[in-house]
Design a protein around this ligand. Structure first.
Ligand SMILES: Cc1ncc(COP(=O)(O)O)c(C=O)c1O
Length: 396
C-alpha cells in the first residue's frame, strides 16, 4: 500500500487515458454539495464549481491515497512540493523555493490572514469592484479595519482600473490592496502593464499587494491575454507581495480544500504565518494528492476543458445578446463565470426575479458590489446550460 502512494509522487508516471466527456450530466443532488443541495427547489448556476468530474489522473491519485486507509495528520509531501515547483516554473515563469510556500486549506483564509496580518486598528484595505464577495468581507476579521472600494471602468476595449478614482480614494491608513487576477466576476485578465502599474501604486502608498490568482489556468486565449502573475514583478516588490494560488477551480476540486501562498520575502511571510494562530485546521490529507496530480498530469484535461468552456461562453454571449432584451454581456477572457448586466430589466433584484419567475439560482451582483448584475456559472454540460438559459428567456 505504501508503494502505491510512493508511486503517486514519481514525476515520470504516465497519466491515464483522457475521458474528456463534458457532455454527460452527473447528478449532484443529494451528494452533499452546496450548489444543488442548499436550495434543492431551484436550478443552480451560482457558486463557482463545475458540474464536471475531475480529471481521471486526479481521481486515480485520490483512489490510491484512499486505498492506503489511514488518514492521520498530513503535510505537504515531497511529490507535491516538486509538482508546485515545476508548475510555477513552467506555467507561471517563476522559480520558487519550497520554504517560500505557505500551504493552506483554502484561499479565502489567506485573504483573511492578510487582512489580520497587515492591517491594525483604524487602518484600511482597498479593492476594486465588482469582486468575489469575500474580498468585501475579510476586513471584518481584523479589528476595526475598514474597506475602501473603487469601481472598475470600461475603457472602450476592456475592463480596467480607475486609476484617478483610486488615487482619490486611498488614505494614509490604507495598508493592503486585494487583487483578483483573473478577475471574478468580470472575467478580465490584467495585462503586464496594469499589474506593474498597480504594484507601483502599492509601493507609492506603502501597501501590501495580495494577488488572488486562483483562476489563472482558466484563461481562454493565453496568447491574446497572457496571465502576468505577481510572481513576475521585479524583485524590489517582493517584500510587499503575496501571491495566492490553487489548482482547485481549474480541476474542480474546491471541496477538498487546498491553496497556497507564495511569499518570497521572509518578513511578510513571518507576519502572515503568525496571524494564523490556532485559527486554521490541519490540511486535508487527500487534497495534497489531488493537487499534486492536477499539476503533474492535469494539463491535457485542462486544455480540453478550456475548449469546451470556450464554446459554452460563446454560445451564452450570443444568446444573451440576441434573445435577452434588457440584458447585456461582455465576452469574458477567463473563468466559467459570466457577468451579466441586467439593469435594463427594470427590476430591483434580477437574481431574485429569475428565482421567482424561472426557478433559477443565480449569483446576485449586489454581493459583488454591483446590484443589477447577475453572475451565471456556465461550467456545466452544454445541454444543461441551454436549459438554464431557456428558462431565463421564458421568464423575460
Ligand atoms: C477569486 C476567488 N478566490 C477564492 C475563491 C475560493 O477559494 P477557496 O475555496 O480555496 O477558499 C474563489 C471561489 O470562487 C474565487 O473565485
Amino acid at each position: 500500500m505504501i508503494s502505491a502512494l510512493e508511486n503517486s509522487t514519481t514525476s515520470d508516471e504516465k497519466p491515464s487515458a483522457m475521458i474528456s466527456d463534458f457532455d454527460t450530466l452527473i447528478p449532484r443532488r443529494g451528494s452533499g454539495c452546496i450548489k444543488y443541495d442548499r436550495r434543492p427547489e431551484l436550478d443552480p448556476f451560482w457558486v463557482a464549481d463545475m458540474d464536471f468530474a475531475s480529471a481521471p489522473a486526479i481521481l486515480e491519485a485520490l483512489h490510491r491515497r484512499v486505498d492506503h486507509g489511514i488518514f492521520g495528520y498530513a503535510h505537504a509531501h515531497e511529490g507535491l512540493n516538486e509538482a508546485i515547483h515545476d508548475y510555477l516554473r513552467d506555467r507561471r515563469g517563476a522559480s520558487v523555493a519550497a520554504e517560500h510556500i505557505v500551504h493552506l486549506g483554502g484561499l479565502v483564509p489567506a485573504l483573511s490572514l492578510a487582512a489580520r496580518a497587515f492591517c491594525k486598528n483604524g487602518e484600511a484595505l482597498m479593492t476594486c469592484t465588482p469582486v468575489y464577495p469575500p474580498f468585501l468581507g475579510v476586513h471584518h476579521d481584523a479589528t476595526a479595519v475598514s474597506l475602501i472600494t473603487v469601481d472598475h471602468v470600461w475603457d472602450g476595449c476592456g475592463w480596467t482600473f480607475d486609476w484617478e478614482a483610486m488615487e482619490q480614494a486611498i488614505t494614509p491608513a490604507t495598508r493592503v490592496f486585494l487583487l483578483c487576477n483573473p478577475q471574478n466576476p468580470l472575467g478580465k485578465v490584467y495585462s503586464k502593464s496594469e499589474v506593474e502599474r498597480l504594484a507601483t501604486f502599492c509601493e507609492r502608498h506603502d501597501l501590501m499587494l495580495v494577488s488572488d490568482e486562483i483562476h489563472c489556468d482558466l484563461i481562454f486565449d493565453e496568447t491574446a491575454t497572457p496571465h502576468f502573475s505577481a510572481l513576475n514583478l521585479p524583485e524590489r516588490f517582493a517584500p510587499r507581495t503575496i501571491t495566492l494560488l490553487s489548482p482547485s477551480k481549474t480541476w474542480n476540486i474546491a471541496g477538498l480544500g487546498y491553496a497556497y501562498a507564495v511569499i518570497t520575502d521572509d518578513s511578510p511571510r513571518r507576519r502572515f504565518c503568525a496571524a494564523r494562530g490556532h485559527t486554521l485546521s490541519e490540511i486535508n490529507a487527500l487534497s495534497y494528492y489531488a493537487a499534486e496530480a492536477a499539476y503533474r498530469h492535469g494539463e491535457p484535461w485542462r486544455r480540453e476543458l478550456m475548449a469546451y468552456l470556450r464554446e459554452n461562453r460563446d454560445t451564452l454571449v450570443e444568446i444573451i445578446g440576441s434573445r435577452c432584451p434588457g440584458m447585456s454581456i461582455r465576452t469574458g477572457e477567463a473563468t466559467y463565470l459570466a457577468w451579466i448586466d441586467a439593469r435594463g430589466l427594470g427590476v430591483d433584484n434580477p437574481a431574485l426575479h429569475f428565482e421567482k419567475k424561472a426557478g433559477l439560482f443565480l449569483s446576485d451582483g449586489a454581493y459583488f458590489g454591483w446590484p443589477g448584475f447577475i453572475r451565471f456559472n456556465f461550467g456545466c454540460p452544454r445541454a444543461r446550460m441551454m436549459e438554464g438559459l431557456g428558462k431565463m428567456i421564458d421568464a423575460l
